[in-house]
Design a protein around this ligand. Structure first.
Ligand SMILES: [Mn+2]
Length: 359
């Protein structure tokens, strides 16, 4: 059987499972692949179903995911059990019913996924298509669209492109040829300007104040290291976001960012995966007083605040990291000298200001 014959057969089988006149709710754990796949299934269902809703069981927080929902007009709503009354059938993409507690308590007629199937959790759906070799469910959905001869519109194609890109980390992580084929076919219909816009939505406006603080408090360690203590934070997510940002600076190969979060000293490590092993570093520095570990590129330590015996946190961490006392503000290696070159005259400065305004 030719691949396209298989694809159209799979499409026909899926249509069979969708039936006619039902009210479908597609449940997802929202990430780009799940959002795109839900949009594709909704498109396929649109011909036969009475209504199709999409609901996500997690809170969508990442700015790129929010940008994707907004720019690609994905109508997914936060899931709450009361929602189910309006639907008589349930489907799931990019997950299996045992993956999230909020998925429990109802029967799913359609499950399309690419996560491995656990022998103790067999898929009970009437229509079950799980392909663990695929890099993304978006690629599977693209095949269904092709088999059913549905040409994806611009927004759907863009969503699927972003779904594949995210799950395969732009083809740096696991993928198969089918992912490449789907990707290349979809880019003909997708809006790459929108893809770029979504990719570059990396930060929330409310995060900018943390950058400002991190830039003020950063201290270089050795030749290629960076240490930043962020005082008290509400969530370690901010540390992760900042640590990931600093990995993108040429000339830095590792960083260690810390803060007190809910009575715990949380330390996040990021490395380039080539030099120092962050997991070893975390364990060596803090393994004796807290939980510490990770892998080569990323690690974390959590130390109960009382283990510091009242010592100032920043000093304590710096001492453990470098063996030295925390330099005073004047000695802080990132404080730039006030006048790196010959001091400019007031007149020259004024002239420069004028020409800048004239531009
Ligand atoms: Mn996925």
């Amino acid at each position: 059987m030719s691949p396209s014959r298989t694809m159209s057969q799979a499409g026909a089988d899926l249509n069979q499972a969708i039936g006619r006149g039902d009210r479908w709710l597609i449940l997802i754990n929202a990430d780009p692949d799940a959002l795109a796949s839900a949009m594709a299934l909704r498109r396929i269902m649109a011909y036969r179903a009475e209504t199709v809703g999409i609901a996500h069981v997690n809170e969508v927080k990442r700015p790129d995911n929010l940008a994707m929902m907004r720019f690609l007009r994905i109508p997914s709503v936060p899931f709450e059990p009361g929602l189910c009354a309006a639907y008589n059938r349930f489907a799931m993409v990019d997950s299996q019913p045992h993956h999230h507690p909020a998925f429990a308590g109802r029967h799913y007629s359609i499950v399309i996924d690419h996560h491995p199937v656990l022998p103790e959790q067999p898929c009970k759906a009437e229509y079950c298509d799980i392909r663990p070799d695929y890099g993304s469910v978006s690629s599977i959905m693209a095949e269904y669209l092709r088999g059913l001869r549905i040409r994806p519109g611009k927004l759907l194609a863009t969503a699927l492109v972003y779904g594949i890109k995210t799950d395969t980390q732009s083809f740096e992580r696991h993928f198969i040829e089918a992912d490449v084929r789907a990707f290349s076919a979809l880019t003909k219909h997708a809006d790459m300007v929108l893809v770029r816009k979504i990719i570059s939505s990396e930060y929330h406006r409310r995060w900018l104040k943390f950058f400002s603080k991190a830039f003020r408090k950063m201290r270089f360690v050795g030749v290629r290291g960076l240490f930043v203590y962020m005082d008290v934070l509400e969530s370690p997510d901010i540390l992760v976001m900042l640590a990931d940002f600093f990995t993108r600076v040429h000339g830095l190969s590792w960083n260690m960012l810390a803060a007190v979060v809910k009575g715990m000293v949380v330390v996040v490590f990021r490395g380039d995966g080539i030099g120092r092993n962050m997991g070893h570093m975390a364990a060596k520095l803090f393994g004796d007083i807290g939980s510490a570990g990770g892998h080569r590129g990323a690690a974390r330590a959590e130390i109960p605040l009382e283990k510091l015996g009242g010592k100032p946190v920043e000093e304590f961490l710096y001492k453990r990291l470098t063996g030295h006392r925390l330099p005073t503000k004047e000695q802080c290696p990132v404080e730039f000298p006030a006048a790196p070159h010959a001091p400019r005259t007031a007149r020259a400065a004024a002239g420069q200001q004028k020409s800048a305004l004239a531009k």
